[in-house]
Write a protein that binds this ligand. Structure first.
Ligand code: BDR
Ligand code: CA
Length: 310
């Protein structure tokens, strides 16, 4: 099998954890690194959580690197209310057997991508885009060297989740998102328009619980936590499971509909900070260098998660 080389940049996070279980179980990927960024919880915790999840999944072969502890020019914000104080819901934290690999996540991204043929390394980014923005500052040639950069982030028709107009990952570091989008990278954005269609219904969680593997149990426990929290905070019975979407697209592109577009991020207004302005009209100029996910096949995404966690 010709495997897709992949770097996963994340801030686990309950839905990041589901995405990692999906990726760890997918033999289609050559996982070059998991890089952690401060986001849902501080980077010390997201890096530890990534190592915990790697151990649970039995993937000690995948290096984990710690990255940026703060956004480019904002104060760090968290989303502990949606992920729990430690980031992984009800999962009790433990000190994993293996440490992070020495070195900074930004260097790991640059070195791994630049050492490979052009277009051959994809990235799945599911936290604030700080690590990738810093990597592009360090090595601008990275943009042309990278394959697809599949990002969970952005708000348009659905409105926002952290503010009325912004989605958390873009809002947390809007400057990084703006730099990545302007860099020339082949960015595919999975915003709330698509991820709000991918919901952990009772039946979908129960299917995972029935599999009886460590990966499936972990993914299901993340969804149970979200189910409880989203009921309390937002009043939803079936919580959206955002972060597996970019990973699922890399495995099965047919599960999503995408539209070519040009995406810009609001970086100045406090009211609409982090809003993604998505232009689909070519005649407006500037080209359509990005892609925006307009819909998702939720049954297909959950079937894929179950397949790879089995
Ligand atoms: C995104 O924000 C984070 O809280 C989640 O992990 C996900 O990446 C959803 O808006
Ligand atoms: Ca995340």
């Amino acid at each position: 099998m010709n495997r897709q080389s992949l770097i996963i940049d994340c801030d686990p996070g309950v839905d990041d954890a589901v995405a990692l279980m999906l990726a760890f179980g997918a033999g289609e990927f050559e996982l070059l690194a998991v890089t952690a960024v401060g986001g849902n919880v501080p980077v010390e915790k997201t890096a530890r959580n990534a190592r915990m999840l790697r151990q649970i999944a039995g993937r000690g072969d995948v290096p984990v690197f710690a990255g940026a502890d703060r956004p480019l020019r904002r104060e760090p914000a968290g989303a502990g209310e949606f992920h729990g104080a430690e980031g992984l819901g009800d999962l009790t934290p433990f000190e994993p057997d293996a440490p992070c690999t020495e070195g900074h996540a930004v260097d790991a991204i640059v070195e791994r991508v630049m050492a490979r043929p052009e277009g051959s390394v994809a990235m799945a980014v599911m936290g604030p885009l700080t690590n990738l923005a810093l990597a592009l500052r360090r090595e601008p040639a990275l943009a042309a060297r990278l394959g697809p950069v599949a990002v969970m982030g952005g708000a348009r028709s659905e409105g926002g989740n952290i503010t009325a107009s912004a989605e958390f990952n873009i809002w947390a570091d809007p400057d990084a998102a703006a730099e990545v989008l302007a860099s020339g990278c082949d960015v595919v954005l999975f915003g709330l328009d698509a991820t709000h269609q991918v919901r952990a219904t009772e039946g979908r969680i129960a299917t995972l619980e029935g599999l009886g593997t460590a990966k499936a149990d972990t993914a299901a426990s993340m969804m149970r936590f979200s189910q409880r929290i989203e009921r309390e905070i937002v009043g939803w019975d079936a919580p959206p499971v955002h972060d597996p979407c970019p990973v699922a697209w890399l495995l099965r592109p047919g599960l999503f509909e995408l539209a070519s577009c040009r995406i810009q991020v609001e970086t100045e207004s406090e009211l609409t900070r982090g809003h993604t302005a998505v232009e689909f009209r070519e005649e407006m100029g500037g080209g359509l260098p990005h892609r925006w996910a307009t819909s998702a096949d939720a049954d297909g995404v959950f079937a894929l998660i179950a397949e790879k966690c089995a």
